[in-house]
Design a protein around this ligand. Structure first.
Ligand SMILES: [Zn+2]
Length: 586
């Protein structure tokens, strides 16, 4: 669906090294001709993720993820095809004409909003360092933020004036409408032009996962209210799909295997400055499904850090059900009363904070203890009312069943009746039916012999020619294999001598199954020691499978014809069946 011509994509892939791209995201180790790593897409202890510099593809033998550099970026960064191509074009120094832009004129609105936000962040950063920013700078220093952190998080200051940013942008010829769309200015009611949204506030740029600035939070430096104002929702910003700090912490989250969830900007910034590099903040304790799925790309474990007061409220734990429904393991860490991560780390340092995170307890136990303490163990109904909705959301049936059993034990009641009770709990969230995961797509039985042959055909033109001669391309019946073999045939037909699997994959941008077929086929061809024998075996195997399938189909039709008394049809079918049986013997 992209409008980027194939030649352009091929050109970018020619100038891209998949090893370089992937090693920028995860650590790769050389292993023979390939590189290995622990798969970033599933949890594992021994590496089954392989990157092939020759073929310019990656493949995980554990979860069956695989593809070229574009597919990797799309999956790893959670971005679309055009964006991934754009990233690679940038790396390769290829000027990408504006194919992807809807109206064909200039960069997309999103790209322009990123740009104007970036510019505004730099503008505020400058003001913070200037004469008029002294108070603000003093305030930040008092809060314990050092200058490196200020630049890394691009913290700035908006002057106590109405049109500072607007006028600056006028001089820079930035359209007023764009500033408004970015939420940086507000149209005045009297129609006298726009005024700045952020005034006399410390500015915290809010980044998306990939580090583009999508919005700002502005904080006052005294006790006036509101303490914070935020950008409105825009084309590129929605409160529900941003986790503050994720662009900085995603690496740390992956490496440490857990995300520490906190509440405010400072609760991310201060711990991060002290070396706690796996913190993110959601606005409010109730995470959205979108936020949970963003986190899940990096880890399946979340530690919520509460202060003792909040954690003492069962109500605040209710907000965590989204995490559980999303399949995350949730643990609760409680800070001493009155402390937040910001103040705690400043007073006690990183190690004490990490001790508390390590000591976090599972949500189930935590919540249950809390309820027992609050309601008394005899309030079976009250406790069950709070616990059952949480347990119901546990996606893993084994874990769910274990929770139920333990709850029944603790309350001294019958597990079966508890289970019945749970059945009555109304699910208060509507779960979107997710697209089948790549792993599911891949485990759908492909015809293994066809996959083997496809692998041979891709890897070697001679093999392709033999397959065409000895089997015939129209004998392939697997839809996905068929699609790929047609392209392979066209490429060889165009005079290609060798097929670059990475490029081949880029032909199936919107077709995960065809891509999976390519990756599997190549993996198969890779490990086959004796391609000649594989070819002969698989050709006869495909022929046999086709015959068996046809026989099954014809027999079924014969039965139908008998039932409806259609003699002519019966004769025809029996003739076909005997032909196939003759072939079989031959
Ligand atoms: Zn994997």
């Amino acid at each position: 669906m992209s409008k980027i011509p194939q030649e352009v994509i091929d050109g970018i892939l020619d100038r891209t090294d998949i090893v370089e791209v992937i090693s920028g995201c995860i650590q790769l180790k050389k292993a023979g001709r390939n590189y290995k790593a622990n798969c970033p897409f599933h949890n594992e202890k021994t590496p089954s993720f392989v990157v092939s510099p020759e073929k310019q593809i990656y493949h995980c033998f554990g979860c069956d993820a695989g593809g070229n550099a574009i597919n990797f970026l799309m999956k790893y960064e959670n971005i679309g095809f055009p964006e991934a191509v754009e990233v690679l074009a940038g790396r390769a120094g290829v000027q990408l004409p504006k194919y992807t832009k809807a109206a064909g004129q200039g960069p997309s609105l999103a790209a322009r909003l990123y740009e104007v936000n970036k510019m505004a962040a730099a503008f505020y950063q400058n003001l913070l360092r200037g004469e008029n920013g002294r108070n603000a700078l003093g305030y930040l220093e008092k809060r314990g933020i050092d200058t490196d952190t200020m630049s890394e998080f691009r913290i700035g200051y908006a002057l106590n004036r109405w049109e500072e940013l607007r006028k600056y942008c006028e001089r820079k010829k930035i359209p007023a409408a764009l500033l408004r769309k970015a939420g940086l200015t507000i149209p005045s009611e009297k129609g006298k032009g726009d005024y700045d949204r952020f005034r006399n506030r410390i500015t915290f740029p809010i980044f998306n996962e990939r580090g583009h600035i999508v919005a700002f939070g502005g904080r006052v430096m005294d006790d006036s209210l509101p303490k914070y104002i935020n950008s409105p929702e825009t084309e590129v910003y929605s409160k529900s799909n941003v986790l503050y700090g994720l662009n900085f912490s995603r690496r740390g989250i992956r490496e440490r295997g857990c995300a520490v969830l906190v509440e405010g900007y400072m609760d991310v910034i201060i711990p991060f400055q002290h070396g706690v590099t796996n913190v993110v903040a959601a606005s409010g304790t109730a995470l959205t499904e979108r936020q949970v799925s963003m986190l899940k790309k990096y880890t399946d474990t979340a530690v919520m850090v509460f202060d003792a007061d909040q954690a003492g409220e069962a109500a605040s734990l209710r907000g965590l059900d989204t995490l559980i429904a999303g399949g995350m393991k949730v643990r609760i860490a409680a800070l001493p009363e009155g402390e937040d991560p910001d103040s705690f780390v400043r007073k006690n340092g990183r190690e004490k904070f990490e001790d508390i995170v390590r000591a976090a307890r599972g949500l189930f136990d935590y919540k249950l203890d809390l309820l027992v303490e609050k309601l008394g163990v005899r309030d079976v109904g009250g406790i069950a009312d709070e616990m059952l909705p949480t347990i119901r959301k546990v996606a893993n049936a084994v874990v769910q069943s274990d929770h139920l059993k333990r709850l029944a034990e603790r309350l001294g009641i019958n597990e079966t009746s508890l289970r019945q009770e749970m059945g009555k709990v109304r699910p208060d969230y509507s779960r979107r039916v997710a697209a089948p995961s790549e792993a599911v797509l891949n485990t759908r039985a492909y015809r293994s012999s066809e996959i083997h042959l496809l692998g041979l055909a891709i890897s070697d033109k001679r093999m392709f020619d033999r397959i065409r001669g000895e089997l015939g391309l129209d004998r392939f019946r697997d839809m996905n294999v068929k699609k790929v073999i047609d392209i392979v045939s066209a490429l060889f037909g165009n005079g290609e001598k060798r097929i670059n699997p990475g490029k081949l994959l880029s032909r199936f941008e919107n077709d995960a199954r065809a891509r999976a077929a390519v990756v599997r086929a190549i993996a198969k061809a890779d490990i086959s020691r004796d391609p000649e024998k594989v070819l002969t075996d698989c050709v006869s195997c495909v022929l046999k499978e086709n015959r068996d399938e046809d026989l099954k189909d014809l027999t079924l039709r014969l039965k139908e014809a008998k039932e409806s008394g259609n003699e002519a049809e019966m004769m025809e079918l029996m003739k076909k069946i005997s032909e196939i049986n003759k072939e079989k013997v031959a």
